[in-house]
Ligand binder design. Structure first.
Ligand code: FAD
Length: 405
């Protein structure tokens, strides 16, 4: 009855875990320790409508404060969990407080991968991960000024779209041959390159950034091929790393994320972990994965809450993700790695809507669906069903989606 559940990290995973614990019957205290100043907010808008200034912080809160109050969830904000002491089940906080736990969850997410390049500390060079980053970036957003985005991944491209809309001259520099190379097929990369070009964003691929120059404040981005780009604002989006140091120092198993089982338990059964910081086995793809998505953070947290309350639960979800750029809603279902065939539905070259299905041995394993919500929904089912698919019907946009199932 009086057992303490401590949650380290106050974001997507925690915002699902804490109230769900209460619903599942946890009777003791639930205390969420968050390094940021705010109760959990939706992180995706930071590169979309919140960056665009179209939403306020209140509008992006995942749940209003009163929901947590009603569930008797306590928050300690602006405070980090510094260490875990499994021998006496306590955590030490950055405010020097020590709290005891009966069960603990790590929902500490990820941090940005930083570049070690000359000039990377100049004013005007930013990363984008939390609210404070957006606040700092916003004062550099001026119509007619030059913005350079380093990295053509989802966050880089979304940010490019917003800054372009804000009237900035935007250039995206991508080291690889094409944008989104790590996560999509060439047809999807080509589609986004075309759309950004049509919108007025310049995308340069195969360009490695070698440093930044300016007098106190960034003025130029330097590239290893000798080219230079004028820049009043630089945003670096070159990936993230899971926050594993806390778990590793406590002796928990870590392997590209905090290793958890299908009940979201770490190698210590009284310590759970959920969200970006974890690495789990996905039964559909039969391999261990680390996901960077809201879906994983929330679904895995539901499982952690059930498991902590003694319920029979097991995490087995088709991963999904989305990205918004201009009027394009990209919805991704499944994981495309390892595909041996691509089938497109719709016209990627001339329209703003199509779906790229990823197949392996005749079975659909993933889709990138752009302004195609039905294809996205159907693929979630197709991936779970693991059935062979009729390729001709899949490619024919005139065949109703329900006939694919
Ligand atoms: C700009 C941006 C756009 C994105 N867009 C999308 C999108 O369109 N779709 C999508 O599915 N996903 C998107 N993502 C990814 C998504 O936001 C993450 O997958 C999600 O936030 C993961 O939630 P989480 O709770 O696991 O971790 P996080 O959101 O990373 O939160 C972890 C929290 O823990 C805190 N913390 C860390 N260490 C400690 C500690 N020791 N003690 C206390 N607190 C600590 C951190 O400060 C942070 O607040 C986006 C991410 C970013 C940054």
């Amino acid at each position: 009855m009086n057992e303490n559940f401590i949650i380290a990290g106050a974001s997507h995973a925690a915002s699902m875990l804490a109230p769900t614990l209460r619903q599942q019957g946890w009777q003791g205290r639930i205390i969420v320790i968050g390094a940021e100043a705010s109760i959990p907010y939706h992180r995706p808008p930071l590169s979309k409508d919140y960056l665009a200034g179209e939403k306020t912080l209140d509008e992006i809160l995942i749940r209003p404060a009163k929901v947590y109050e009603k569930s008797e969830v306590e928050f300690i904000l602006n405070t980090s969990v510094e260490s875990i002491h499994r021998d006496n089940r306590t955590v030490r906080l950055s405010n020097n407080e020590t709290l005891s736990y009966d069960k603990l969850a790590l929902t500490v997410g990820s941090k940005v991968r930083k570049v070690n390049l000359p000039g990377a500390n100049l004013a005007g060079v930013f990363y984008l991960r939390d609210l404070r980053d957006v606040e700092r970036i916003t004062s550099y957003v001026n119509p007619g000024a030059n913005a350079v985005i380093v990295g053509g991944g989802y966050i880089g491209l979304e940010t490019a779209a917003v800054l372009n809309k804000k009237g900035m001259n935007v250039t995206v520099l991508e080291m690889m041959e094409r944008v989104l190379q790590r996560v999509t097929a060439p047809v999807v990369s080509e589609f986004y390159t075309r759309i950004h070009g049509e919108e007025g964003v310049s995308i340069r691929c195969g360009v490695g950034v070698s440093g930044f120059r300016g007098n106190g404040r960034v003025a130029k981005v330097l590239c290893s091929d000798g080219s230079e780009f004028a820049a009043d604002l630089v945003i670096i989006g070159v990936g993230i790393l899971p926050n594993t140091a806390l778990a590793a120092a406590a002796g928990l198993e870590v392997d590209n994320g905090v290793v958890v089982n299908d009940r979201a338990q770490t190698s210590d059964p009284d310590i759970f972990a959920a969200g970006d910081c974890t690495n789990h086995h996905n039964p559909i793809y039969d391999r261990r994965i680390r996901l960077e998505s809201v879906q994983n953070a929330t679904d895995q947290s539901r499982v952690a809450a059930g498991a902590a309350c003694g319920k029979e639960v097991s995490y087995n979800a088709v991963p999904w993700f989305w990205s918004e750029q201009y009027d394009l809603m990209l919805q991704i279902a499944g994981l495309s790695q390892g595909y041996d065939e691509i089938i497109t539905r719709g016209d990627p070259d001339n329209s703003r809507s199509f779906a790229a299905f990823y197949l392996k041995s005749g079975r659909v394993i993933a889709v990138d669906a752009i302004n195609k919500p039905q294809e996205f929904m159907a693929t979630k089912k197709l991936v779970a069903l693991k059935q062979e698919i009729d390729r001709v019907k899949l490619a024919d946009a005139d065949v109703p989606v329900k006939e694919l199932l």
